[in-house]
Design a protein around this ligand. Structure first.
Ligand code: PEP
Ligand code: MG
Length: 578
């Protein structure tokens, strides 16, 4: 009978093969007295040299096979191997305690691991894995033992690797020609194994738990790393079913990957832009790898959060210029600070408000605290020469707010130029449309901006008068309600009238049920989480903009979201009712 085990789908894909278990080496050294401590120290030094050579080789391999970023793990290992606090302490202990190197290594490494694991910082906790990895490598060299990694490199048939966990060095040595999937007992979506598996594009399920211990070598399993399910000893019918699912999945991935560098075109040739929403520099590479044609929303408030002091102008400049540089001339919409509402800063005390979402938030706060705003604008202006910057103001409700923000921006630009600091000759200025008043007055606002980006997360909240954080009224979050569609249409029409472009950076832009309607309404740019971009590009390629423009027209006149959805369903089911 098939046994099903659940875990965390850490790297997507489906695989069917037999299991190879990577058993934990539970060697525990015992203390043995040594006579010649100098010789023992020399033996330890030699083991460290061997471990360093091997690490250097792993670093090179990783840089070649994955990326220099991934190879940084091994640079960290090399630092541990050279760290006098680690190595010299061991050498001294061998001499002072007159015991064998294996025992001292185990003891000292464990002290380091315990200290690191006790730290609050998750990055430092991760370093404990690095120390354990280095310890194992030196230990194996001392014992003249072949690395597990060598076993891994020698695998020569289709294999599902099952282990308690994998160290980074294990993962790098995997023979990718034969390892079809990885399943581990421990781990989370952000553990080393998960990150490495995603980067190698090997399906992986992590955190399966102790039940995995029962899965023996040679057992046939199905790894469904889309759902995070492991089927042990599957039936013939299950194998056939999953083989078909695997083929479909791989076909789809292949097709999607072909679209990375392609423009986004509807079936009838209408071009739109697909951009990514980001919250940090680290998100940029993911955006590019997923075919983003630009950054449609950089939520800068994340730079201000999770820290004890305000980021300086210089810090911000470094971040903005780095993002612009990495995007290599592709458009980057950077939104000025959107704090207040549900986002608070520990170092910026704000007066108590009965209704923070209706209070001193975003541009309102920036216009109230000009010092804050000016420092961010200066950083943005200085960064503007590094790429195609577009500055966006959030939560604009009335034109006076926009004018004031633009005035302050102009003042800071003039000051910088007077100081001899370079600022781009031209960059676009836009606003988010997320307050219904702005959507209703989009025609006049369009005369004073270069672009709009519709923030549906807030636009829906304010239109429906339904707090986006309140679960009990979440039924009112209805992106395809005709009231919302009419506002979107109004904004698009107003932008078109003035020859401006209009995007959307709320969640609705990446929602596959909303995409056809937005395409039909004539939206120019869709900004979404990076992982939604390629599926959206494929979806749009199948849609006729002209047809959906007619469908959207009908939907605008409907009375409820339910009617809109029913109509959309009837279209996909090909039973169009007039
Ligand atoms: C929005 O409101 O749709 C939006 C994109 O901004 P945020 O979610 O950051 O408020
Ligand atoms: Mg918003």
């Amino acid at each position: 009978m098939t046994i099903q085990l659940k875990g965390i789908a850490a790297s997507p894909g489906i695989a069917i093969a037999t299991v190879l278990r990577l058993e934990k080496d539970d060697y525990v050294p015992v203390a043995t007295a040594v006579e010649d401590t100098t010789a023992e120290q020399a033996r330890f030094r030699l083991a460290v040299t061997l471990a360093s050579e091997e690490t250097e080789q792993l670093r090179k391999q990783t840089a070649e096979r994955m990326s220099t970023e991934k190879a940084e793990i091994f640079e960290a290992h090399l630092l541990v191997l050279e760290d006098p606090e680690f190595i010299d302490v061991i050498l001294e202990k061998i001499n002072d305690e007159r015991v064998n190197a294996e025992f001292v290594l185990q003891e000292v490494a464990q002290t380091f691991i315990d200290i690191l694991q006790g730290m609050d910082d998750t990055l430092l906790q991760q370093r404990a894995t690095d120390v354990a990895d280095v310890r194992n490598r030196i230990m194996n060299a001392l014992r003249g033992k072949k690395q597990t990694a060598d076993t891994l490199a020698n695998i020569n048939e289709d294999t599902i690797l099952v282990a308690s966990d994998l160290t980074p060095s294990d993962t790098v040595r995997l023979n990718l020609d034969y390892i079809r999937a990885i399943v581990t007992e421990v781990g989370s979506r952000t553990s080393h194994t998960a990150i490495m598996a995603r980067s190698l594009e090997i399906p992986a399920i992590v955190g399966v738990g102790l039940g995995l211990a029962e899965v023996k070598d040679g057992t046939t399993v199905i790894v469904d790393a889309i759902e995070g399910v492991l089927l042990v000893n599957p039936t013939e019918a299950e194998v056939v079913d999953y083989q078909a699912q695997k083929r479909n999945y791989e076909e789809r991935r292949k097709v999607l990957r072909l679209l990375v560098n392609e423009p986004t075109l509807s079936r009838d040739g209408k071009q739109v832009q697909l951009a990514a929403n980001i919250g940090s520099v680290a998100d940029v590479s993911k955006a590019l790898a997923n075919g983003a044609e630009g950054i449609g929303l950089f939520r800068t408030e994340f730079l201000y959060m999770g820290r004890a002091t305000m980021p300086t102008e210089e810090e911000q400049f470094r971040v903005y210029s780095h993002v612009l540089e990495q995007m290599q001339g592709k458009p980057v919409v950077i939104r000025t600070l959107d704090i207040g509402g549900d986002k608070k800063l520990p170092y910026l005390p704000l007066p108590f408000e009965e209704n923070p979402f209706l209070g001193l938030r975003a541009i309102r706060l920036c216009l109230d605290r000009e010092d804050l705003f000016r420092s961010q604008l200066r950083a943005l202006l200085r960064a503007s020469v590094y790429g195609q910057l577009k500055i966006m103001f959030p939560m604009i409700a009335i034109v006076e707010e926009l004018r004031k923000a633009k005035l302050i921006l102009q003042e800071e630009k003039d000051k910088l130029l007077a100081e001899g600091i370079a600022v781009a000759d031209a960059f676009e200025i836009g606003i988010m449309i997320e307050v219904p008043a702005a959507a209703l007055a989009a025609d006049s606002l369009a005369k004073e901006v270069d672009f709009f980006s519709i923030g549906t997360n807030d636009l829906i909240q304010y239109t429906m008068a339904a707090d986006r954080m309140n679960e009990s009224i979440s039924y009112l979050y209805q992106p395809t309600h005709p009231s919302i569609l009419r506002l979107v249409r109004m904004v698009i029409d107003a932008a078109n009238e003035e020859g401006r472009w209009v995007g959307m950076c709320g969640e609705m832009a990446g929602d596959e049920s909303a995409i056809p309607i937005l395409l039909g309404l004539g939206l120019h740019e869709f900004s979404m989480s990076a992982s939604s971009i390629l599926p959206a590009r494929a979806q749009i390629a199948d849609l006729s903009q002209a047809d959906w423009s007619l469908h959207a027209e009908k939907m605008l006149r409907m009375g409820s979201s339910r009617d809109v959805k029913a109509y959309a369903r009837s279209l996909t089911d090909n039973i169009v009712t007039e």
